[in-house]
Design a protein around this ligand. Structure first.
Ligand code: GLN
Length: 548
């Protein structure tokens, strides 16, 4: 097993995850099998209890693991399916060690960060690296590991120490260290400054890790002079100083790294041969150029809660993008703060927000929790339903459409979800009986569950290629009230897919509408650049007027 270990310095948010997954794309193009691990040095056991508005979206895996959004980037870029074990957090590592201590596994020893925590981390990495993640049944050739946070933080120290030791455990010839840093531009002549990078590399080397490759984030390509200076001061070869400058779209990053010989550098370090022809990389090049050349737009109004962090809905954005490429359109997302659509709320942006919604080609209500903005989302669903505007509701979006239908078609006054109104006279959406009311972490209905189709033909089934069932990922506590299903379906909103018991509504589709679809699961998590998620593709096809 070979390891590529990606660390970062100077500041967070430099795109370590994208760098790591792009290197993964190059390795995969060279014919290697890949897996990956993301290390998050926080005390939470998983990302499930963390606010997406602070930390970015919570990504959900097949096994129900609630993890950092970087695992989503790996799954999309490398086309793998990871497990909760592929995300290591401080909380998980300490949890394991403390459990072992209580069991008496340490035989009277004093349990310490070094060696017990650091060994636990290394054991974990080795264990996970040796599990197949691409469905081939074979274990990977290379494991790409990304260490979250910034080198030098108190939080990441045990992990840096574990990774330092790890190079001796598995042999230096099997490890390639990549450090991602920042090269800012300062002064009237726009000089590229190398000092922050010099400092972070010094810090890393002080901790016993010498980077083999230095990836420098900068606005413009690194100048030759900057590159030479970084090589000289940071103890890396000149051709191992890589420029990670801004590019026109994300898919250009693997190409840019390839053109700077990153693949050759990694292959020299890890001892594998790079084939002459790499069709996968060619596919990426074609995709990257296609994305650059899309001209005609398609506008989707995303009606949600916003705080300016678009990472909160990362996978939804990706699924929309994949689908837009597929219908040859450039995606424009109009972010609509749902409270602004609320007829009862006194918002000065009310009219403008509605103007944007009405100008959109399609409406999407993504997943969400909590009461804020609910009435605005219901109003958006109402507008889409009654004006034949393509609509996709994801998780909460399905529940919203159901509430709207109960209120305005069935005439069930005050219909609501018990999540937002415990005393509603007409509970259209209710708490699932098996869900814990006392513990928040990991207690939702989570992960991949099968949904059999219950009708022979409908738009959404056609989009899934006529399959008899779908396997998609869930993350919710509430469901459509089973007692109302018959009544709702009789009025034309049909739950065309339910869970295996036939009780739990999973996919809804409105009869006689161009595209009014909702899914209780989150289809966005399984979307891929060349394989857009079917419900999203349907929304985009309907939005550009294609027949489904
Ligand atoms: N809040 C809703 C529930 O828990 C929807 C969750 C979601 O959209 N992920 O069922």
């Amino acid at each position: 097993m070979k390891y590529v270990i990606v660390t970062g310095g100077v500041l967070s948010g430099l795109g370590k995850g994208i760098t790591a997954s792009s290197i993964g794309v190059l390795l995969k193009s060279a014919g290697l099998r890949l897996t990956s691990i993301k290390i998050d040095p926080y005390l939470n056991c998983d990302a499930g209890t963390m606010s997406p508005f602070e930390h970015g979206e919570v990504f959900v895996l097949d096994d129900g693991g609630e993890v950092d959004l970087d695992l989503g980037n790996y799954e999309r870029f490398l086309d793998v399916a990871l497990t909760r074990e592929n995300n290591i957090t401080t909380g998980k590592v300490y949890g394991n060690v403390i459990e072992k201590e209580r069991r008496g596994d340490y035989l009277g020893k004093t349990v310490q960060v070094v060696p017990h925590i650091t060994n636990e981390i290394q054991d974990w990495i080795e264990r996970v690296a040796n599990v197949c993640s691409d469905g081939s049944g074979e274990i990977a050739d290379v494991c790409v590991i990304e260490l979250g946070g910034t080198v030098g933080d108190i939080e990441s120290a045990p992990f840096v120490e574990a990774l330092r030791q790890f190079q001796f455990r598995v042999g230096k010839e099997n490890v390639c260290f990549v450090h991602v840093s920042l090269v800012p531009v300062m002064g009237p002549v726009g000089e590229q400054k190398t000092k922050p990078t010099q400092h972070t590399v010094k810090e890393l080397r002080g901790l016993g890790i010498i980077p083999d490759i230095l990836v420098c984030r900068s606005e413009k390509p690194l100048e030759e002079e900057t590159r030479a200076k970084l090589a000289a001061f940071c103890h890396v070869a000149e051709d191992a100083v890589v420029s990670a400058h801004d590019v026109s779209n994300l898919y250009q990053i693997p190409i840019s790294l390839y053109e700077q010989s990153v693949l050759r550098k990694v292959s020299d370090q890890l001892g594998f041969t790079v084939p002459n022809s790499m069709p996968l990389l060619e596919d990426w090049r074609v995709m990257a150029d296609k994305v650059d050349n899309l001209e005609k737009e398609v506008r989707i109004a995303m009606v949600g809660k916003y705080t300016g962090l678009s990472d909160s809905y990362l996978s939804v954005i990706k699924a929309l993008q994949h689908s837009a490429f597929s219908v040859n359109r450039k995606l424009e997302i109009d972010w609509i703060e749902s409270t602004e659509l609320d007829p009862t709320e006194d918002s000065e942006n009310h009219d403008d927000a509605w103007k944007i919604v009405k100008a959109a080609d399609g409406i999407l209500v993504p997943g969400g929790f909590g009461i804020r903005g609910i009435e605005g989302k219901i109003a958006a669903a109402h507008y889409a339903r009654t004006n034949n505007v393509p609509y996709l509701g994801v998780c909460l979006g399905l529940q919203i459409a159901t509430i709207e239908f109960c209120r305005n078609v069935l005439g069930l006054e005050g219909a609501n979800s018990t999540e937002f109104d415990e005393n509603t006279p007409n509970p259209a959406v209710v708490f699932m009986p098996e869900i814990s009311k006392t513990h928040m972490g990991g207690t939702m209905r989570l992960g991949t569950k099968p949904t059999p189709f219950l009708v022979d033909d409908c738009k959404i089934r056609r989009l899934y290629g006529g399959a008899d069932h779908v396997d998609e990922r869930h993350r919710h506590r509430y469901e459509v009230n089973p007692e109302l299903i018959e009544q709702i379906e009789a009025a034309g909103l049909v739950y065309v897919g339910k869970d295996e018991t036939g009780q739990r509504c999973e996919i809804m589709e409105l009869e006689g509408h161009p595209y009014y679809v909702g899914t209780q699961y989150h289809p966005e998590f399984k979307s891929r650049p060349n394989r857009p998620s079917p419900p999203f593709l349907g929304l985009l096809m309907a939005a550009v007027g294609q027949k489904i």
